[in-house]
Design a binder for this molecule. Sequence first.
Ligand SMILES: [Zn+2]
Ligand SMILES: [Zn+2]
Ligand SMILES: [Zn+2]
Length: 302
Amino acid sequence: MVAPSRARRPGAPRAETLEEQDNPAGCPFCEGREAATPPETYAIGPPGRAPDTPGWRVRVVPNKFPAFGPWPRDGDRDDGLFARRAAVGRQEVVVHTPRHVRTIADLGGRELELVAEAWQARAAAAREAGFPYVHALVNEGAGGGASLAHSHSQLVWLEAEPPLVVQEREAQKAAGGCLLCRVLAEEREQRIRVVEERDGVLLLCPFAGRQPYELLAAPLECEGDPFASPRLGATLALAAEGVRRLRVAEGGVPLNLWLHAGGHWHLEVLPRFGVLAGIELGSGYYVNTMAPESAAGVLRES
Ligand SMILES: [Zn+2]
Ligand SMILES: [Zn+2]
Ligand SMILES: [Zn+2]
């Protein structure tokens, strides 16, 4: 439901800015505080650098508080009304830069290329360890679920595609071909919801977006595996460009970004202007106070 009358500005009920939750003095992700995290599992840095020492560009560490883990399966039951299964997986944190930067909007193109390189290296490690699907995501701001301000992403190693990705794949199948390819081609024709096109990647405010300034970034070519794609860095960079423009237009906004790696892969960015409430959670209808067409127009000008 697009209902612009419900807010004078999409940012009207803004609860916070990214700066308010920040505590740089105690930040465990800053260079020089390597001992404050669990030992790194991967890093990009100069040759000869010892693990868990300064000098890195991107650093990957295990998540200290994982939801998915090497839990025992002896309680698994797949039959009946109360089926249960251990949430088996691994969770890693990718620290995007040694600099204390609070949003992907403030990362340079080269830094985002290195983030993509780290995602790809860890996805390869995940596959080798028996986790074929990796859910990559960024949370920014307390309203987006982030507990630390220093820009980072999370990689969740999974044994199978998560439910939303399965749903997308089934929708593709029902459409008899790649739905996203058709959407991208049509959006490119119409130009109403397109924000930017660069390096073979399209950034747009998707039709019927759930929240103001929802964004989608996808390679124009139909690619099935982001972790083997030379365009992952460019796609991250274009999504970050969308977030940068959003900050110019509306200030700091908490948000979630995630990668959907089933079918034609893409990044989705959901800014969190308001809380999801009874209509959204109870009915499945999302009330968006800003038409995607208006949002794209604002972002093109920002
Ligand atoms: Zn920091
Ligand atoms: Zn496609
Ligand atoms: Zn998706």
